[in-house]
Design a protein. Sequence first.
Length: 122
Amino acid sequence: MKKYLFALFLSFTAYVILLVFSLTTLANGVDHPGQRVGITLLPVLPAFLICIVIFKEINRIDEMQRRLQLEALAISFAATGLITLGYGFLENVGYPKMSMFVIWPLMGTFWLIGVIFGRLRY
């Protein structure tokens, strides 16, 4: 577990560093469109590493913990889908457009809630 948390911490740290670098660099002005795209997408690399770390941990844990994670992910998938779908309809009647940046934190929040409820239940 310590190895997993350390790898997750390093991946999140790399994400924050590249995000700050990307935003700062773009705010200071980059003229070439290709460079702008590359710099903008830099934080996706450690986000991909975060996914790999989580996938490896899920493959390592026992069946009961996998079931708990599957149920938490199902809750996250359903809740995020319903909220974004419902809000999408509200956008049709004048609500402001929702940024796509909201979706992953929303999924993560519902996943955490699902894990907490699963641990309380089991």
